[in-house]
Design a protein. Structure first.
Length: 340
């Protein structure tokens, strides 16, 4: 009797991670493309994603606009239903949980949204915005809720006396702090930060990133930090996952991704990050990709990056490379990983 082959190691079963807080396995999210719910074409927004996040760590998720990063974050927090696949939070499959049990789990899973101007209700005061989760979950009301709101506003660097002001009276950076306070008020364990600094000035971006690092250290938070700017992701993340056209193409420790990218697409993203040394920047040559990013309605066959890849070979358009472990704790989906 032949021995059964051992299952392939995926990012969701990474042996270097001890007891992940969150595991995503073969997650798929498709949207109908034109013609309503019964349209034949679908947008392959998320197409078979595997990843895991350890307690207390920050996993950065980076990629071009339209690659599916924000959709993945929204599906993980159940703002949108998954088409297929599984999302395990503390070993509970969120895709199968309904009703009151899902409500209680949602207290531990919060989201910080990208646009601090659109994500706050202009008709509500800041105090009401931050207190709304407390009322929704029946955690606190009245004076107790007011005290909690003032406490969390101090934590995020806002004057607690501003609770009766409206969002339009605040700057972009202050509004994002309000969004962070709203996410923090229920004492969550896991927070999805969906491009929380992309709409802010560069100087304010650094303040918000530093605030999130301080909050993580203080409250032992776990972050999925989504961004399209690799330099920002590199600064805050313990590990980085690189996404291209609905698929994860590389995952690894932040330092390894910076020093030695394995996937050609990661190498391209890395080459676009400015170098602080003027002499090095003057002689550095960024890698320029040919063509536009393909449509997620009709993605390329096999490796989705082969139509733009500088080192593509015939096999790349014929056989899809699996996202497999290339080194300890490092995964890449490329037939020629590390050769660019």
């Amino acid at each position: 009797m032949s021995a059964q082959p051992s299952p392939a190691i995926t990012p969701a079963s990474d042996p270097t991670l001890k007891k992940p807080l969150l595991r995503v396995e073969k997650l798929v999210k498709h949207f109908p493309a034109g013609g309503g719910l019964f349209a034949r074409n679908v947008v392959h927004a998320v197409d078979g994603v595997d990843l895991a996040i350890a307690p207390g760590e920050t996993l950065g998720l980076v990629g071009e606009s339209g690659c599916g990063k924000s959709t993945l974050g929204r599906v993980i927090v159940r703002l949108q239903p998954a088409t297929s696949g599984q999302i395990f939070f503390k070993d509970t499959d969120l895709t199968r949980v309904r009703g009151e049990k899902l409500r209680r789990l949602r207290q531990q899973i919060q989201m910080i949204f990208q646009d601090p101007y659109a994500s706050l209700n202009p008709r509500m005061t800041v105090g009401d915005i931050v207190a709304e989760p407390l009322r929704n979950f029946g955690v606190a009301r009245g004076r107790k809720a007011e005290q909690r709101v003032q406490e969390v506003m101090r934590v995020v660097g806002l004057n607690p006396n501003f609770v009766n002001r409206y969002p339009h009276e605040f700057s972009g950076g202050q509004r994002q702090r309000i969004g962070i306070a709203r996410a923090l008020v229920l004492n969550p364990t896991f927070i999805v930060a969906d491009e929380p600094v992309s709409a802010l000035d560069v100087s304010i971006q650094a303040q918000i990133v530093n605030l999130m690092e301080d909050l993580q250290a203080k409250f032992n938070l776990t972050f999925l930090f989504i961004a399209h700017d690799l330099s920002v992701v590199r600064h805050i993340s313990d590990r980085i996952a690189v996404m291209y056209l609905g698929k994860i193409v590389e995952i690894g420790p932040s330092g390894s991704i910076r020093d030695k990218p394995l996937h050609p697409y990661t190498k391209v993203l890395q080459s676009s990050v400015p170098v602080p040394d003027p002499d090095l920047e003057a002689v550095r040559k960024p890698i320029l990709l040919k063509g536009e990013i393909p449509s997620p309605v009709n993605p390329p066959s096999a490796c989705r990056f082969h139509t733009r890849c500088p080192i593509a070979q015939p096999i790349c358009s014929e056989v899809e490379p699996p996202l497999e472990m290339k080194e300890n704790g490092r995964f890449a989906a490329c037939h020629f990983a590390g050769q660019l």
